[in-house]
Structures are given as C-alpha cells and as structure tokens.
Design a protein around this ligand. Sequence first.
Ligand code: FMN
Length: 371
Amino acid sequence: MAYPQLLQPLALRSLAARNRLWLPPMCMYSVTAEDGVVTDWHVVHYGSRAQGGFGTIIVEASAVTPEGRLSPNDLGLWDDAQVAGHRRIVEAIHAGGALAGVQLGHGGRKAGTPPWRPAVEGARSGTLPGWNLVAPSAAAYPEHATPRALTTTEIADTVQAFADAARRAVAAGYDVIELHGAHGYLIHQFLSPLSNTRTDAYGGSAEGRRRFALETAQAVREAIGEEKVLDIRLSATDWAEGGLTGDDTAELARQLVAVGVDVLHVSTGGNVPAKVPVGPGYQVPFAGQVKHAVAGMTTPGGGQPQVVAVGLIDSGLQAEQILVAGLADAVATGRGALRDPYLPVRWAHELGVNDWQAAHLPVQYWRGAWR
Ligand SMILES: Cc1cc2nc3c(=O)[nH]c(=O)nc-3n(C[C@H](O)[C@H](O)[C@H](O)COP(=O)(O)O)c2cc1C
C-alpha cells in the first residue's frame, strides 16, 4: 500500500522531516523562576510529542528580549545562559526522531500579560504593572497598557535581538528557526495598518510596514547560515476592515522567500479584536493562497518554499485532504496534541497505516498498539 502523503518526508533545505505533521508553537507558561530558562516540564513535553510521531516540532514562543515576553513565565533566548536548557529540548526531540524548531518572538504591545491556563490562573487580564511595552506606534491593544513607539535606533536593536537569539538557537542545535510574525505580536504589529501608523521608513505604506519583517528575516538568515531552515509564522488576515488581507500576505510571502525564508506557516488574526469565522480548517484557504503565490519560486537555498497550514485541523483524513488538494506542504495540529501526544500515530492508523514503524510508534509501545 502506498503510504498517505501525511507520512511522506518533507524536504527542508538539506534536512528531511520524517512526515508532514508539525507540532505548532504553544506557550506552556511554565518558567516559574521567570528567568526564561527551560525546565524539566519543557523537556518532557516536547520529547513526548517527538516520541508520539510528529515530524517537526516547533518549541513555543521564546522571547528575544525580556520585555518581549508574552508573560513572565515564557521561555527566552535573549541570554547565552538560556542556551543549555534549549539544548536539552533539542536532544529530547532528536531522540524521538523529529526535527527541532523554535519560535522567536517579541510581544510588542501585547507583551507582559499573566499566563492563561484554564482553571489554574484564570483568564488573561491585561498588562502587568511596570512592564515596559514597546510597539511600532503608541496605540494600545484593548485592556492593555499604552506602548511607547520604538525609535529607529531601537528598531535596529530589536532586529539585532532577533538575530542574536537566532544565533543562540543554532548554538542549541535547532534545525528550524521560526519567526513569530503572527497573532498581533511585534512583527505583525509592524505589518498591519491597524497597529502601525508610523510615517517614517517603517510605516506609511505596505513597503514601509513590511520593512521590519524583511530586515528581521534577512538578519536572521545571515545569523543562522545556509544550513538551517528559516520559517515565519504569519497572520494572513486581520479579519478586520482596513487590516491585512490574504492578498497582502501572498505578496509579502514572495518578498520573504526572496530574502531567505524557506517556510511560511500560515495562521490568522490576533492583532485587533475581530469576528473570526472559526470552524474546521478555517485558515487553510489562506495557506492555499500563499502556496499559490510562492509556487515556482526557488529559495536562495535551492529548494522550494514550503507552506504549513494550521487551525482546527483535527483528523488524519482532514490533514490528508489538505495535502492531496495541494493547499499546503505540511499541516500543524496544536490543541489535539495537548490532548494526545500520540496523535500522529492515531492519524496514521486512521489513514489505514497499521505498520507501527511507518507510523513512528516507539517500539517499546508496540505491545500496547491497537488490536
Ligand atoms: C496553549 C496554547 C499556546 C499557544 N502558544 C502559541 C505560541 O507560542 N506561538 C504561536 O504562534 N501560536 C501559539 N498558539 C496557537 C497554536 O500554535 C495554533 O496556531 C492554534 O492552537 C490553532 O491550531 P489548533 O486548532 O490545531 O490548536 C498557542 C495555542 C495554544 C492552545
């Protein structure tokens, strides 16, 4: 039997992921020491998902500066002292047979909120007192403190902070470096006319608003060298009048590929409160649009740009259909993997794969496989 596309390897520069299923970045808010350093929780959590059969695992948003953390309990990569912990995660992921990636982030005007863990801390509730919020423009996200607009010198420093964090990610052994350009965080804040009202070179037009994202991608590509995979997560649409659209994102995607981005991880929303038509695969058409836009392009690394679809993709059949229809090269599934680390094995089984080796069920667990 020919294996489903979901189980086909995914070529990423000189690397190959064993299948086309990604674990998307999901903050665990578990750094109780508030120093950005990896804990045992992270090592076990990510190692388990690698043992569970994911092909590529993207570790949660890790901040490039302390004030860029989304909460005090986020991971960081702003300090060399944080590299050793990330190396432990990478080793656990590699031991499970997956490629290891990390998302580099800066929350901008949405930074500095308490964690959100249902029934533990309760709902998120705005900016913590004393947190230094920065953003493209001095416009607050609802129920958050008003940020200070970054100066052009500070913008250059922030680009450098992304590049330095990326260098640390490489030192930790990550294969994939993902920039967080989605969900209303700093890069997205620059891209969207709804959060960027600057009139200097970093605003004023689509070209100006894209400058920070493109400079960051370029600086990070230079920092990580030719071997590593550069990925960016984008919110394809703001779902709001006057905001970013799929067409804007399709054009941006082409520009990002031209400066060295290999993978476009297509999400939506988060920059302004909006009515989002949440439903099965509701973001997939945007992945399809981006894939269409970059089709035929060659990355400077010599490969094809790859597109990852995400958002309520909740079954093996649904994932396979997205790949077969050519809407994406890989799919990511997040909350399902919080419920079940072995979701990839389950999906392979659902698609008719009863060969546990092909499904990447650890041999130690074969005695417990479905009967
Ligand atoms: C607990 C949790 C934490 C998340 N943290 C991040 C994050 O750090 N970076 C990010 O880009 N998206 C984050 N997300 C969004 C997920 O990566 C994903 O896009 C979203 O959950 C939709 O996919 P799903 O329907 O498969 O869960 C988070 C989602 C959850 C549930």
